[in-house]
Write a protein that binds this ligand. Structure first.
Ligand SMILES: C[S@@+](CC[C@H](N)C(=O)[O-])C[C@H]1O[C@@H](n2cnc3c(N)ncnc32)[C@H](O)[C@@H]1O
Length: 193
């Protein structure tokens, strides 16, 4: 059982994440998406970003952590939620697909191969004829992975993101930004070819 799968882990995350949200990332989606577009969030956590996303888009929230899903569902029973792993997206069978897929500090748990698999899975769930956008915030860097609280954190830069990009997607934006320390994070936007 991992950090995010326990009530204690969830409580610890909530206090660590106090004061942070993905407003700057969510705002960037508007450059690509009309209001009402269908958006999937991977790894909703406490749902701060999902709350912003659903003010403008038709959203489906997801996470592999049942405690986080239970918590959000109790507060917002009207919002569509699905339990899934962001690496495979298995669990979306029969879904018509999305205009965009979004995450904020989720994909850094994947090494190079898992990241490539996740991006290919996401591409497969972009709606035919839709906007075709993947927008993700990750930790920025070219160093070795680190382990905190039993979780592995991978750092990515443009070269690593390019290397994980499957055929059919183009890395259109790779922009460092600051969350806790200067340029500690990177905004990555892929567009479908
Ligand atoms: C940093 S939090 C996301 C915070 C969120 N963006 C918000 O608005 O508060 C990371 C979330 O990703 C989830 N997560 C981590 N690895 C995952 C995976 N492989 N598949 C799905 N969710 C995952 C965790 O359970 C956690 O809820």
């Amino acid at each position: 059982m991992g950090f995010y799968d326990t009530k204690e882990g969830v409580e610890q995350y909530l206090s660590m994440a106090e004061g942070y949200d993905g407003r700057a990332l969510v705002d960037r989606l508007a450059e690509y998406l009309p209001e009402g577009a269908r958006v999937l969030e991977l790894g909703i956590g406490p749902g701060k970003d999902l709350d912003m996303l659903r003010a403008r888009y038709a959203v489906v929230g997801s996470d592999y952590s049942q405690p986080f899903l239970d918590r959000y569902r109790a507060a917002h029973p009207e919002v569509a939620l699905v339990q899934l792993d962001a690496q495979t997206l298995a669990g979306l069978d029969g879904d018509p697909g999305f205009d965009a897929i979004y995450s904020n500090k989720v994909l850094q748990h994947f090494g190079p191969e898992a990241l490539a698999e996740s991006l290919a899975s996401q591409l497969a769930h972009l709606r035919e004829g839709g906007a075709g956008v993947l927008l993700h915030g990750l930790w920025h860097g070219d160093g070795e992975p680190e382990v905190h609280a039993g979780m592995t954190f991978h750092y990515v830069d443009r070269a690593r993101l390019e290397a994980a990009t499957p055929a059919g997607l183009r890395l259109a934006v790779c922009e460092p930004y600051t969350e806790m320390e200067a340029d500690d994070s990177v905004l990555a936007i892929w567009l479908r070819d």
